[in-house]
Design a binder for this molecule. Sequence first.
Ligand SMILES: [Zn+2]
Length: 306
Amino acid sequence: MTPGPTRAPVGAAHAATGPARAPARLAARPRAGFAVVLLAALLVALIVFMLAVVAGCATGGQPASAVSVPATQRESSTPAASAPPSAVSSPSAVSSPSATDLQSAAPSPSPIARPPFAASVATLGAARRAAMIRSGSWTPRCPVALDELRLVTLTYWGFDHHAHTGRLIANADATTALVTALRRLYDARFPIRRMVPVDAYGASDERAMEADDTSVFNGRFVAGTTSWSQHAYGRAIDIDPLENPEIKDGKVFPTTARRYVDRTLGLPGMIVAHDAVVRAFATAGWGWGGAWHSLRDYQHFSATGT
Ligand SMILES: [Zn+2]
């Protein structure tokens, strides 16, 4: 509606000034009468035009609805701007338990919408147990029974700036701390490469690390010892092990992670003191291997701090 009326007076003004100046160069006598007639004709034309525009706006429902459509689209494309979740497009509103997740997505410079964080905890199914026994990640000698372990399925933020669904096997008594901390990582958009149980790598810690896999449970000893690792209890997590290697006696694990020995690089996925990752796990009561002195295990957080 706005462009019509504004354009009309501009055109009328041009029409009025043009002919008004032209007769000034003609003979003086017919000038006044001619100008009056011309002005009167223009005025009548203008009034008729304005009446037509007003009538069009009042009777036609189409322009009004045409304006409201883009307004609705803008609201739905920026969910945080609309307070009531019902106004948000249905896909994101259906499983949205908290409005804070939507709000925290708002300042993002990325055009990609971020789904809300979700996590679920389940007992291990028969197929999962069979896969763990087959790979050797769990054996009857392990310090925890399969019944004490849980499958945690949760959202994580990827290096590709997309949300993904990951799976962790963890001790039942560690799931609350893990979900609490990993929700904070998601909120902070800390990137995680992948998150699948170590069975995908034949329960090989080295292979899982080289694949940059984030994992919790692995029924193994501390490397080079016969002591059970906290991973064998399902109470320790290794995060982005390639970007966060373990450095012991000058050796780097995984061996492909030499690039990340310099902890000042500040590359995506690197965990450094006091950052969002360390703070998230500290809040959950878990200690960081990057703070150890005998060796540095930048990928490792555990409930016991060991
Ligand atoms: Zn570890």
